[in-house]
Design a protein around this ligand. Structure first.
Ligand code: ADE
Ligand code: ZN
Length: 320
């Protein structure tokens, strides 16, 4: 089995419909509007985000989140992963009336349990939600800077890319960067190349979530390659959300050939009927990646991981 690593998965988006139905039973909630026949129901990015928000409201305690993280990490380890970096959202915790501190401690406990069982290493990236606006994203940054946790090593922004401009979030990202958090940002998924350029100019990330629509602009692709910006590519997510019509049209091979640092991740696996294993299978089937090329993708992810040098060296040693 190819050794794998992923650096772009939203923890709330990793909850399976079966687990969410179990949580719904526990809290006496009705999830028939977002889950039918064991699958999430949505039709575009907006309705996806709605289903995601409704499902996340069924994780309400520290232990709920410990179980979610343990389940996701253990399953990913079973697929051959030695490392996972996942996005957390203190906004989602607060909406579910869970304190951010309990949320993060629950997730950290799940990480410890999974590591004990399988050896999988993991880190969290705190995020703000773009569609909630600059003040909310700044509040998310301020919270994590004021309440540092050793397993929260990065800051990023997810949510609806069609709203607001990257410059509006510059202060939030400065706050996080100045505190030593590593930076990634979603861009070039729902909006084209200009969105990626604006994110690079105003937020100065070392990685971009998706970034795939950079392919619309050759100069930008060269810039990404020259500056060594790492792309957190999630092909299954992109096809599910109709960012591209088919895997044959996906720009992963072109970005790779242009010298961009590309990695593979699952984004919100059960929402998009994918998994980290499936992402590697997609790359083998549709992008012509042999085992050596897939291993190089894993290496790129670990080289880009938001971990200390010692942990990174230990992970890289597992690849040889
Ligand atoms: N939050 C969860 N999944 C996302 C995605 N694919 N894009 C933006 N925000 C997200
Ligand atoms: Zn994402």
């Amino acid at each position: 089995m190819v050794i794998k690593a992923e650096i772009h998965c939203h923890i709330e988006g990793a909850a399976s419909p079966a687990l969410v139905e179990k949580q719904a039973q526990k809290y006496g909630a009705d999830v028939s509007a977002i889950i039918r026949d064991g699958s999430y129901v949505w039709s575009d990015f907006t309705t996806f985000l709605h289903a995601y928000d409704v499902a996340s409201m069924l994780f309400r305690t520290e232990e709920d989140y410990a179980q979610l993280a343990e389940t996701y990490l253990s399953e990913t380890a079973d697929q051959g992963a030695i490392y996972s970096e996942f996005f957390i959202s203190t906004d989602h915790a607060k909406t579910a009336s869970l304190s951010p501190a309990a949320y993060i401690e629950g997730l950290a406990e799940g990480m410890r349990r999974a590591r004990q069982k399988s050896g999988i290493e993991a880190r969290m990236i705190a995020t703000g939600l773009r569609h909630k606006g600059p003040e909310a994203v700044e509040e998310a940054a301020r919270y994590i800077v004021a309440n540092p946790h050793p397993l929260v090593t990065g800051f990023g922004m997810a949510g609806d890319e069609r709203m607001h401009h990257p410059r509006d979030f510059a202060r939030a990202f400065d706050i996080a960067r100045d505190a030593g958090l590593r930076i990634t940002v979603h861009a070039g998924e729902l909006v084209g190349a200009q969105s990626v350029r604006d994110a690079l100019d105003h937020l100065r990330p070392e990685r971009v979530g998706h970034g795939v629509r950079a392919i619309e602009d050759g100069d930008l692709v060269r810039r990404l390659a020259d500056e060594g910006v790492v792309l957190e590519v999630c092909p299954g997510s992109n096809i599910a959300l109709s960012v591209f019509p088919s895997f044959a049209d996906h720009p992963f091979p072109k970005l790779r050939e242009a010298g961009c640092k590309v990695t593979l991740s699952s984004d919100d696996p059960p929402f998009f009927h994918t998994s980290l294993e499936r992402e590697y299978e997609i790359a083998a089937t549709y992008f012509g990646m042999d085992e050596a090329a897939l291993m190089q993708t894993t290496r790129t992810a670990i080289e880009a991981a938001f971990v200390d040098a010692e942990t990174q060296a230990a992970l890289l040693a597992k690849l040889t």
